[in-house]
Structure formats: C-alpha cells, structure tokens
Design a protein around this ligand. Structure first.
Ligand code: HEM
Length: 499
C-alpha cells in the first residue's frame, strides 16, 4: 500500500514533503526541549495572585507542589516565578546546578533597602567581594572562635538577668531575646555590644523587626509586583520611612567608628572595611568595592540578617519547651547529668546528643525562612527536563525541604528523634537545610548555630519554661506571625528559676 502512495508523488514533491516533515519535527523537538515548568493557569495581569493567600504564600506553594510537581511555575501578577520544592529538587538546583541558580532576585523592596549595594540584595562583583569580606570578618571575629563563644556566654548572663527580673511571672520575651541576639552580631559588626536600654539600639532592633514583619504583608507583596502602586499603599509608605530612619541611625554609628578607627586594633567588620579601603586608596586603587554605600548596606545586612533570625528561633525554642514539658524534662535531665551547674561550652555539644537533636528539631519545625530569599537564574538552564530562561525568579521553598514527607518520619510534629539514631546518638540529616545551601547560603550559619546552642542550654539550665497560669500547654498557639521571617505569634511565658 505504501509503495502505491509513494509512486503517486513526483520526486520533487517527495523531497518537498521530506523537508517540511524535517522542519516540523525540528520545531516540535525544539518546543519539547523548551518545555517550561507546569503550573496553574494565570489570569492576564493578575497571574495567579487570586489563587494565593499572600500571608501564607509558603503553604499555598507547598500545596501547589503536590499538584504540579517539584518544579512548577506561578505567576505573581505579570511576573513568572519558578518554585522548587522538596529536598531532592532544591538540593539539585542549589548544590549541583549552583552557578545557574545562584543570583539574587532584587525585588523593588529589596532595591529600596540596599540600592544595589551590600551582600544580601546584590549580585556580581560587589556581592562577591562583600560576601568574602563578611566571611573573613566572621571567621576572625566570630564563627568557630573562642572570642565569639565568650561574647555569647557574656550575653547569656545579661539575658538571664532580664528573665530573673520577672520573678517567674508571665511576660513577653520578644524584645529582650531579640536584643540578646542582636548584640552578638553588633559585637562583630561594630566591635561592641549595646545596653538593652540604649535608645538607638532599641530603635534599630525594633525598626528592623517591623520592616521584616511588613515585608511579609499582602501590601508589600503587591508593591513588589506593581511598584507603581507605591504612592497609594500606606504600608509601603511606612516601610519606606522605617528604612530611611534605619539608614540614618546606621550612618551615625559608622561615622562614630570612622572617627576612632585604628588599623592596629580592628574592632569588627566596620573597622576591617575602613582599613581595607584606606590601604587600597593608599596604593592608588580608587575603583574598588570598598566605598561608603557598600559599607553602609553590608553592615545593615549583617545586622538585619543576624538579629530576627536567631531571635525568632530562640523564641520558638522556649515556646516549644513550654508546650512539650516532657521534652523539656529530658533536655534538663541531660544538662544536669552531663554539665551540672557549670557554664555550657560549644565543645560540650557532642556529649549532649538529645539537646543537640532538640535544637535541630526546633529549627526544622519552625522553618523560619520558608521561601529562602528569592533567587534568579544567571543563564538559560534546562532543569529536570524543563526550560527556565535566564533572569527567571526562583523560589527554593525551604519549608518544603524541612517538611518533606519522603525525608522526615513525622514532618509536621515536634519530634527530636528525627535527629537521633537507635542508640540515642546524634544523627545528621541531609534534608536539614534551614540556612539554605550553595552559592547564596547563609553567611552566618556557624555563628547562628553557636548562638542557638549556647543561649538555649544556658536558659534551660536556669529556668523552667511554662505557659502563664490558667493556660494549658495545649492552648499555646504555634501559628506563626505573618512576616518574611516567621516568628511565633505574640505570647507570654513564665521563666521559673530552677535554683
Ligand atoms: C537561625 C538563624 C539564621 C537562619 C535560619 C538564616 C537563614 C538564611 C537563609 C535561608 C538565607 C538565604 C540563603 C539563600 O538565598 O539561598 C540567609 C542568607 C544570609 N544570612 Fe542568614 N540565617 C540565620 C542567621 C544569620 C546570621 C546570624 C547572620 C549574620 C552573620 C546571617 C547573615 C546572612 C547573610 C549576609 C545572608 C545573605 C547571603 C548572600 O546573599 O550571599 N544569617 N540566611
């Protein structure tokens, strides 16, 4: 039959048909190669905004991943965003394809905060040099060093004194816990801690906290999609004002350090920066990355990224201890047996496997940076069979990694056994990724882990944490407050002295 059909064509028309078929198949195969990640159908202009609860966007995205798979597209207004969900996918993107997924998406809000300078909301050479400078300073003044261990232990004493002032009565620990966390990064950035009553310090911590909370609000997310709406959005006007005040306060702090800087006695990040700047200028290099705006915004980034993150995690830890008294009992028993009443040190961690597992489980369950900080592709990339264009916004959904059903035995319950083996020894888990991974991974991971361990153990040695009188453990609410970084909702706890 085929022979009959073929004979009815002239050779020229046969050749024409073959060429057409080849062309069509090449178009289709190119389309096939350029298959984009699936996702819900977007509306014109609004995209999928009406399908998403912007206050709990991480939960909505996690749900969508169950329907569309671990690589999918959502449209935030006209902007196309690729979401990566689950441990395997996030790991493959951030670690195995690190360079392609390694840029930061600088939203209109992020641009207003840093104007393209600093570390957190910046790309290219500036980011590279500022990140390197921050990491060296943290290594020399902070992470893994006795110096910062001493600083954290000293700060624990101030925090314990604050808690003691309440004499076991219920109080909201949010402010003092944030002050304590902030003082550690302040010591590294500025070279000294602040008194908890210092109005400049209080203002900086409070405004920083407000900005992070409002960044998670619907109004600011709408602003990021339609920045031209800014003049009509009250929340945006508030945030803009807060950013301006923070910047002025930070400039004044830096100015006072400039007046007293000496290369022989580098006190912290600001001094390191100023000294490098001077050395470069003296050797005739005038176009380096060491200029004033980079100093201002890098200092702001370290202060901002190092305060609420650690503070919120510590507040979750106390709330979870009050909610799960049996787990608190076991931590305190291990501390009694292994440490007694002496100060806990970082090196004790390996002899405190249960306590270590509890600290990890707190970070896993709280998942305080659920969306990570948005990334952007540096080039066209084909990932898990999908084509993703250069410059596409990418959300590595960290909450979906920390609650991945195929990685965690009971993803939604507080279960320290996730980090313990059968003999009760600490068990490392690859899907523990609260600090993200790869090129943009958290700069302060080592410092934060040291802080969380020392603050948590010191507080539990001194206090028993309980709900306020008349409130049962079951009534303690674990719903997070709305924000870009998820802290617990406002609550009170009693810190009852154990001495
Ligand atoms: C519990 C505490 C903390 C958590 C959970 C946390 C988590 C994160 C996450 C998820 C990111 C985004 C990573 C990405 O884009 O893939 C990040 C970035 C960052 N963090 Fe942290 N962080 C914490 C504490 C700190 C501290 C104490 C500092 C201060 C030294 C810090 C400084 C930074 C900086 C500068 C970045 C930006 C890195 C870059 O863009 O290259 N963080 N952090």
């Amino acid at each position: 039959m085929w022979e009959d059909i073929l004979q009815s064509f002239t050779p020229v028309s046969l050749l024409g048909i073959v060429v057409i078929l080849l062309f069509v198949s090449s178009v289709f195969s190119r389309r096939e190669k350029r298959k984009e990640p699936p996702g819900p159908r977007p509306l014109p202009l609004l995209g999928n905004l009406l399908q998403l609860d912007l206050k709990k966007i991480h939960n909505c995205l996690f749900e969508l991943s169950k329907q569309y798979g671990s690589v999918f597209t959502v449209h935030l207004g006209p902007q196309k965003v690729v979401v990566l969900a689950g441990y395997r996918t996030v790991k493959e993107a951030l670690l195995n394809t690190a360079e392609a997924f390694g840029d930061r998406d600088i939203t209109p809000l992020f641009y207003e905060i840093n104007k393209g300078h600093g570390i957190l909301f910046c790309n290219g050479e500036t980011w590279k040099e500022m990140r390197r400078c921050a990491l060296t300073t943290l290594r020399d003044f902070g992470m893994g060093k006795k110096l910062s261990e001493e600083k954290i232990i000293e700060e624990c004493q101030y925090l314990i004194e604050e808690f003691q002032k309440h004499e076991g009565k219920a109080f909201n620990n949010s402010q003092v816990v944030n002050y304590a966390a902030s003082n550690i990064i302040s010591g590294i950035v500025f070279g000294s801690r602040f008194d908890y009553k210092d109005p400049v310090f209080q203002g900086l911590v409070h405004r920083n906290n407000e900005i992070i909370l409002l960044t998670g609000s619907t109004a600011i997310q709408v602003y990021n999609v339609f920045p031209w709406l800014g003049p009509w959005l009250k929340t945006w006007q508030v945030v803009k004002k807060l950013i301006g005040i923070c910047e002025e306060d930070m400039k004044r702090l830096i100015q006072s350090l400039k007046e007293t800087v000496s290369p022989e006695t580098c006190r912290g990040f600001v001094d390191v920066f100023l000294t490098r700047k001077q050395n470069l200028e003296e050797s005739g290099v005038m176009d380096s990355q060491y200029y004033d705006d980079n100093l201002l915004h890098s200092a702001e980034n370290l202060f901002g990224a190092g305060t609420d993150t650690t503070g919120h995690t510590l507040r979750w830890s106390l709330l979870l201890m009050a909610k799960y008294p049996d787990i608190q009992d076991q931590v305190q028993e291990e501390l009694n047996t292994v440490i007694g009443s002496r100060q806990v040190r970082v090196e004790d961690r390996r002899n405190l496997p249960y306590t270590d597992a509890v600290v990890h489980e707190i970070q896993r369950l709280a998942s305080i940076v659920p969306l990570s900080v948005p990334h952007k592709t540096t080039r066209d990339v084909t990932f898990q069979g999908y084509f993703i264009k250069q410059g596409t916004v990418v959300i590595p959904l960290l909450s979906s990694v920390l609650h991945d059903e195929s990685e965690w035995e009971s993803p939604n319950t507080f279960n320290p056994s996730h980090f313990l083996d059968k003999e009760g020894k600490f068990r490392k888990r690859d899907a523990f990724m609260p600090f993200s991974a790869g090129r943009r991974a958290c700069v302060g991971e080592g410092l934060a882990r040291m802080e969380l361990f020392l603050f948590f153990t010191s507080l539990l040695q001194h206090f028993r944490f309980t709900p306020p009188p008349g409130i049962s453990e079951d009534e303690l609410d674990l719903t997070p407050a709305v924000g870009f970084i998820l802290g617990p909702s406002p609550h009170e706890l009693c810190a009852i002295s154990r001495e």
